[in-house]
Design a protein around this ligand. Structure first.
Ligand SMILES: Cc1ncc(COP(=O)(O)O)c(C=O)c1O
Length: 360
C-alpha cells in the first residue's frame, strides 16, 4: 500500500520482490475510504491471515527505536551526543530515540524536522490540529496531515519546517559535496539543521538521522528535468545559452565552399570553428586548429573544398542539456557541440559559451 506521491522506484522495488502494490490518492483526508490508511485497514479485515502493521498508531514503532536507534546513538557517541535532529513522519523514529536518549541525559536536545504543508509543527507549538495548515507537498517520508499515536511531544524540544525546494537542493548537495547519496528527507533533515545552526555551540555533538538512500529518488530529486519543472533548480541549458545571445544565425558552410571561403568567414565573425551543413544537417566541421596544421603542410589546400579537409561533425546534444553536462560532449578534440531547436534549426555552443554560462 502506498500513495501516488511516493517515488515510482519504491513501488517498483516492492513489485520486484513479488508484492502487489496498491497505489492510493494522497490528497484525501486520512478518514476518507480511498486514503491509504483506510484501504490498509479495510484490506487487513478482508484478507485472511493478514496483518495491519499500522506504523502510525502501533507503538511498537517507537519502541523499536527506543530499543535500537537510541542505544546505538548513545553507544557510538560515547554518551556525548548533545542534539538529535530527525525528520518526523509517524513520529516513531524521533519519539522512540528521544525517549531513550532523554532517559540517559535529559539535556539532549531533540529537534524534529517537518515540511511546510504538514500540520505537525503547529500542533507541537499550539496543541491545535489545524487542517488549514495542511497543503499538498512534494517532500517524501515525513510530515503528516494528522497526529499519529507514536508521538509523545514531551520528548521533543523544537519543530522546524523546511520547504520542498530546500530539502531537495540540500539532498543533491549532500550527494555531490559529501558523497552521501541519500533520500529526500535526509536533505530536509540537514537543511533543517542548517536553519538552526545559530543555536549550536562549537563543541556540540549533533546526530542527524538520514533515513534512506538516494537510489529511490533518481527519477525525482536527482533528475535535473524533474527539479527544473518544479522550479527547484536553476540549471542553465543550451536553450538558455542560445536565447541569451539573441536571434543569431548559425554561421556554417556548405560542402561546395572552399577553404578560403571558410577562412574568410572565420575572420569576419571572429570564430574558431564552423560546421559544414548539407541539407540542414551537420556533416563535418572545420576548426582553426585543424585547418592551420593542414594548410601549413599543403598551402594549395586553400582552394580545396571544405569537405576535403573537414573534421568530424560536432556532437549533437539535446536542446535542454544542462551546461554542466556539456563537458561530456566538448572535448580537447572538438571545441563545440551542436543542438537543434524545436523549429529544426541548429545552434552551436562553444567551450567559451559554456565557461561564460557556468561562471554566471
Ligand atoms: C524516507 C523517510 N524519511 C523519514 C521518515 C520519518 O520517520 P518516522 O515515520 O519514524 O517519523 C520515514 C518514515 O517512514 C521515511 O520513510
Amino acid at each position: 500500500m502506498t500513495t501516488d506521491k511516493q517515488s515510482k522506484e519504491k513501488a517498483d522495488i516492492l513489485k520486484a520482490v513479488g508484492a502487489e502494490v496498491i497505489v492510493c490518492p494522497t490528497n484525501v483526508l486520512p478518514e476518507d475510504p480511498r486514503s491509504y490508511y483506510s484501504v490498509a485497514a479495510r484490506l487487513a479485515k478482508e484478507i485472511p491471515n493478514s496483518c495491519h502493521m499500522n506504523q502510525y498508531d502501533n507503538l511498537a514503532n517507537r519502541q523499536a527505536h527506543y530499543e535500537s536507534t537510541g542505544p546505538e546513538i548513545w553507544q557510538q557517541t560515547d554518551g556525548k551526543v548533545t542534539h538529535l535532529v530527525c525528520t518526523a513522519g509517524t513520529g516513531g523514529t524521533i519519539t522512540g530515540t528521544a525517549m531513550y536518549l532523554k532517559e540517559k541525559n535529559p539535556n539532549i536536545k531533540i529537534w524534529a524536522i517537518d515540511v511546510y504543508g504538514s500540520l505537525l509543527t503547529k500542533y507541537f507549538r499550539t496543541g491545535e490540529i489545524d487542517m488549514n495548515e495542511v497543503k499538498p507537498y512534494i517532500s517524501e517520508g515525513f510530515g503528516e496531515d494528522f497526529v499519529p499515536k507514536n508521538y509523545d511531544m514531551r520528548f521533543i524540544d523544537h519543530f522546524e519546517q523546511v520547504t520542498d525546494r530546500d530539502g531537495a537542493v540540500m539532498a543533491r548537495k549532500l550527494a555531490k559535496e559529501e558523497g552521501l547519496f541519500c533520500g529526500y528527507s535526509a536533505g530536509s533533515c540537514l537543511q533543517g539543521l542548517l536553519q538552526l545552526k545559530a543555536q549550536l555551540k562549537k563543541d556540540d555533538l549533533v546526530v542527524c538521522i538520514l533515513h534512506d538512500h538516494g537510489s529511490r529518488y533518481v527519477g525525482k530529486i536527482y533528475n535535473d528535468q524533474w527539479m527544473m519543472e518544479r522550479g527547484f533548480l536553476e540549471v542553465k541549458t543550451i536553450r538558455d545559452m542560445v536565447s541569451a545571445r539573441g536571434a543569431k544565425k548559425l554561421i556554417s558552410v556548405e560542402p561546395t565552399h572552399t577553404v578560403a571561403d571558410c577562412v574568410e568567414l572565420m575572420k569576419k565573425y571572429d570564430i574558431e570553428q564552423i560546421p559544414i551543413m548539407k541539407e540542414g544537417e551537420p556533416i563535418g566541421a572545420i576548426s582553426q586548429q585543424g585547418l592551420f596544421k593542414k594548410v601549413f603542410d599543403d598551402p594549395v589546400l586553400k582552394n580545396a573544398t571544405v569537405t576535403q579537409v573537414m573534421e568530424p561533425a560536432f556532437p549533437v546534444a539535446p536542446f535542454d542539456t544542462a551546461a554542466e553536462k556539456l563537458r561530456l560532449y566538448i572535448t580537447k578534440e572538438n571545441g563545440a557541440v551542436m543542438a537543434k531547436d524545436e523549429a529544426g534549426n541548429y545552434h552551436i555552443i562553444t567551450k567559451y559559451d559554456v565557461i561564460a554560462a557556468l561562471g554566471n
